[in-house]
Design a protein around this ligand. Structure first.
Ligand SMILES: Cc1cc2nc3c(=O)[nH]c(=O)nc-3n(C[C@H](O)[C@H](O)[C@H](O)COP(=O)(O)OP(=O)(O)OC[C@H]3O[C@@H](n4cnc5c(N)ncnc54)[C@H](O)[C@@H]3O)c2cc1C
Length: 400
C-alpha cells in the first residue's frame, strides 16, 4: 500500500491549485505535496509581476484565453474572500506609432471576442490615466489587477493543509519510478510512495517527466526576467500599470511598469537566457544546466532566426547595462532617468521549447501510466492557476 493516494511534486501556484481542486472533488483523498525548498513561492510563483492578465492578449478560443479570463475573475474573488492583497488598477497598453495603433485594434477585437472589457483611448485620455506615459493611443482594460502572489501561494497551502494535505518541505525529488500500482519517489530526504503522481515542478518538470517516459520531444529553456524598481520618491511616475503594445511574434510581453500591491513600482522584466534553471543573477551559472541548454537542438533552432538573435542580443544588453534597460523603459515613460531605477528581483520562466525550435505558447500537460505532468505553465500561469489547476485535477480524478 502506498504512503499517499496522490503526490503533487512542486508547491507553486499550479501544484497547490491541483491539490485544492482534487480535494474539492473528493475530500477523502490522501494528498501530499513534495517541495524541494523549505519555503513556498521561492521560484516562478513568487518571482513574477503579480499581474492578473484578463485575457485581451490571447487568441479567442485558445485555452490560454479561457483560463486567463476565467482565472482573473476567480482570483479576484479568492483574494477578496481570503484577505490576499489585491489592487484593481486596470492597465493601459500604449501604442507609440501607427503600426502599434493597428495592433491595438486587433487586441480590442480579441478582448471583445474573449468577453473582456476594454476600449481604445487617445493620447490625451491615456495621459488622464497615466500623466507620464508616452503614446498616441492606448487600449485601456479596467479588469487587470495586481495581486500579492506569495501570499496567494501561502493561502492555497493553508487551505489544502487544513484539509489534511501533508507537506514534505525540503524534499527534492531525485528519482521517479513507476512500480506496480503507483510510484516510488526517491527524494533528498528519503523515499515516498504514491498511487498517482502530479508533476508540477516548474523549471524541473520536464526532467522528472522524462524519467517516466513523458515529454521527450521538448525541453524547458530557462529565460530570466529581471526587474528594476522606481526609487520611492519617483513612484508617482506610474499610477497603475503601463504596458507596451505586444509583438505577436514574441512570447514575452516586453518591459512594462507595474504598481504592486505594496506600492512599489517595478519595471521589467526583460528576457535573457538564464545560465542555469535557478540562476537568478546575471553572474550566476550552473555549468551542467547551461551545457544542457546549449546541447539542445531545439534551442539552436529557436535562435537561428535573425529576429530572435537580434532580440537575444538586445535583451542581454539590458541585463548587463543599466543604461540600456532605462533607454528601453523610456519608450513608455520618456521622463525617467537612470537614478530613478534601483535593481530589484528576478524571476526565471520555465519556457518549453520543442525539438523543432518553437516556443510553446499554450499550457501543456501530458499523462504517463499513473501520472500527470504539467510541462508548460507559461505566463499568465499565475492568473490562470485556479481554472488550470481545476482542469488538470478533473483529468487526474478521471484517471485515478
Ligand atoms: C518573471 C516572470 C513574470 C511573470 N509574471 C506573471 C504575471 O504577471 N502574471 C501571471 O499570470 N503570470 C506571470 N508569470 C508566470 C507565472 O509566474 C507562472 O506561470 C507560475 O508561477 C507557474 O507556477 P508553477 O507552480 O508551475 O511553478 P513554480 O512556482 O516554479 O513551482 C514549482 C515548484 O516546484 C518545486 N520543485 C522543482 N523541482 C522539484 C523537485 N525535483 N522536487 C520537489 N520540488 C521541486 C520548486 O521549488 C517550486 O516551488 C511570470 C513568470 C515569471 C518568471
Amino acid at each position: 500500500m502506498s504512503d499517499h493516494d496522490v503526490a503533487v511534486i512542486g508547491g507553486g501556484c499550479v501544484g497547490l491549485s491541483v491539490a485544492k481542486h482534487l480535494l474539492e472533488r473528493d475530500s477523502t483523498l490522501d494528498v501530499c505535496v513534495i517541495e524541494k525548498e523549505y519555503h513556498l513561492a521561492e521560484h516562478q510563483s513568487g518571482r513574477n509581476s503579480g499581474v492578473l492578465h484578463p485575457g485581451f492578449n490571447y487568441p479567442p478560443g485558445s485555452l490560454k484565453a479561457r483560463f486567463a479570463t476565467e482565472g482573473t475573475s476567480r482570483m479576484k474573488s479568492y483574494c477578496r474572500e481570503n484577505g490576499i492583497p489585491l489592487e484593481e488598477f486596470g492597465v493601459v497598453v500604449a501604442a507609440t506609432d501607427d503600426a502599434e495603433v493597428e495592433r491595438l485594434d486587433d487586441l480590442d477585437e480579441q478582448a471583445e471576442a474573449n468577453g473582456v472589457e476594454a476600449s481604445i483611448i487617445d493620447g490625451d485620455e491615456l495621459r488622464e490615466h497615466e500623466p507620464h506615459a508616452a503614446g498616441i493611443a492606448a487600449l485601456y482594460c479596467p479588469e487587470a489587477a495586481s495581486v500579492d502572489s506569495q501570499q496567494y501561494v501561502y493561502t492555497l497551502a493553508r487551505e489544502v493543509s487544513s484539509q489534511g494535505t501533508t507537506f514534505y518541505m525540503g524534499h527534492e525529488v531525485e528519482c521517479l519510478d513507476e512500480v506496480a500500482g503507483g510510484h516510488r519517489i526517491e527524494t533528498s530526504n528519503g523515499r515516498l510512495t504514491a498511487d498517482y503522481v502530479v508533476n508540477a515542478a516548474g523549471l524541473y518538470a520536464d526532467r522528472l517527466a522524462q524519467q517516466v517516459g513523458v515529454g521527450h520531444d521538448m525541453q524547458v529553456v530557462p529565460f530570466r526576467g529581471e526587474y528594476y524598481e522606481l526609487v520611492p520618491e519617483r513612484r508617482d511616475i506610474c499610477r497603475t500599470m503601463i504596458y507596451p503594445t505586444p509583438d505577436p511574434e514574441l512570447p514575452f510581453l516586453g518591459v512594462h511598469y507595474t504598481r504592486r500591491t505594496d506600492g512599489k513600482v517595478i519595471v521589467g522584466p526583460n528576457a535573457v537566457l538564464a545560465f542555469g534553471r535557478e540562476a537568478y543573477r546575471n553572474t550566476d551559472f550552473d555549468l551542467g544546466e547551461l551545457k544542457e541548454t546549449l546541447g539542445y537542438e531545439g534551442f539552436w533552432r529557436l535562435v537561428a532566426s535573425r529576429k530572435m538573435l537580434g532580440v537575444a542580443v538586445d535583451e542581454l544588453g539590458k541585463s548587463y547595462r543599466k543604461e540600456r534597460f532605462v533607454e528601453a523603459s523610456r519608450k513608455l515613460v520618456p521622463g525617467v532617468r537612470e537614478e530613478d531605477f534601483a535593481r530589484s528581483y528576478a524571476g526565471i520562466r520555465a519556457q518549453l521549447v520543442s525539438d523543432d525550435g518553437q516556443l510553446v505558447k499554450d499550457p501543456v500537460f501530458e499523462h504517463g501510466a499513473r501520472s500527470t505532468h504539467v510541462l508548460n505553465a507559461v505566463s499568465p500561469g499565475l492568473t490562470s492557476s485556479l481554472p488550470f489547476g481545476e482542469h488538470v485535477a478533473e483529468q487526474v480524478a478521471e484517471r485515478l
